[in-house]
Design a protein around this ligand. Sequence first.
Ligand code: GLC
Length: 544
Amino acid sequence: MQQNDWRKSVVYQIYPKSFNDTTGNGEGDLQGIIEKLAYLQYLGVDYIWLTPVYESPMNDNGYDISNYFKVNPQFGTIEDLKTLVAEAHKRNLKIMMDIVINHTSTEHEWFKQAYADKNSLYRDYYFFRRSADSEPPTNWESKFGGNAWKYDEKTDEYYLHLFDVTQADLNWDNPEVRRVLYDVINHWIDFGIDGFRFDVINLISKGEFKNSEKIGKEFYTDGPRVHDYLHEMNQHTFGDKDLMTVGEMSSTTIEHCIKYTAPERQELSSVFNFHHLKVDYVDGEKWSNAKLDFHKLKDILMEWQLGIYEGGGWNAIFWCNHDQPRVVTRFGDDTTEPLRKQSAKMLATVLHMLQGTPYIYQGEEIGMTDPGFDDISQYRDVESLNAYDKLKSSGYDEQEILTILGQKSRDNSRTPVQWTSGENAGFTSGEPWIDIPNNFDKINVEAAMEDEQSILQTYRHLIQLRHEHDIVTYGSIEPLFMDHKELFIYKRHHNGETWLVIANFSKEGVVIPESLDVDGEVIIQNGEVVNGVIDGFGSIVVAQ
Ligand code: GLC
């Protein structure tokens, strides 16, 4: 058994603004995280991924960094961060920082100087381009809507922003930019952190600036020099250290992800991809309403499981994060209490038995739901507000837009963690920065800790299984009955051992295929299996 292998870890993602507020200003903070470390230890996770806590104007909630070395005062001080790392370490919890180096805030000193003076050395830190006609240099679309180039009248040039207009893309082709970014990473390594999550890291190498037939993705996704840059970054920073890294990969491919993560290439430890979450889109369009395409979900997950495993790479596996709606509302059923509980446990089991490193997003472990906002004034996210405007101007009516946002908005997962049934769900004594779903009286951590049958207990059990059984980490995967309309079935194999996983994605009981041998020792179970029928949203893992 490989004792200290990071591959055996489970990561818990914290979105600090919505985690726990100790000052009463309605926004979470670092002291709030420190207060809850005992809870995370109880849950049993190994790493905590902190979404950005650096100085930032917060136009994109911290993904717009204005100073890589400072802590945003709204979260606390650098001393608080030191205490957090030390206190986490005392409890055997490791800390991963989120590093956003595809772009900086336009309030970053580098950008300010670049923007103010065309001859500044910082001008080439970004992509400033002139255009031959009155159109922007290319027709690429920003991921948050609109053209990806912002015009500056003063110099008659545009700068590139693949995200918000206040998030200017850094020019990685400039060696000086790479050098200063490696300094940033080394600073945090010296600070004592244990890993990094690299934001949209497969977008750092821009190809040619040409017009696109679509929205431009093909020019910068997994771009021409991305592997060289990641290898170089590895060699100049964490390569020879015991750190876990995960890269967020936008619209990537299996081939690239094998390259990003195959150990001998020395780029990253693991990768997130999002293909399995685009299964409730209409024709690839996020801002649409569609039901889950279950076959597509299975096909994509299994294609990635097999592809990455066979290619010698490493997946990060997840249902939820701060950019995705809550999975129990999305792929489960939160309309009644037994269904919510049952489906959340099933979704947890089917994911945690897959190959790769699992991530749990705050609140997922108690089955938090989408909030069901019914007024645009309840939304805070820049992407959602832009989408609202765009849909409005395309003629959608208010109700339709609210239904779409209700399904897809990133704010769905950004509501505060529901700790107790008390005031503001125990999150803050002040006015929360975003509304709290009104189901917190029943769905909260305190209640989940008291209930032996809670979703939380299932998560604890699944984490424990990963820690205790190598098959969960290292086993190969064998998809089964892929055409089945309701059941997700697969086996894991390791050193002569086999585990069978069956999960029912429908709310009705379903007959398990007769030809499947289900005999063996039950490892974990949710719902009953009686006379060959598995309960609605039931799941079972059997060692054979
Ligand atoms: C990533 C982050 C997201 C952010 C974007 C731009 O996708 O997860 O929250 O808006 O990058 O930094």
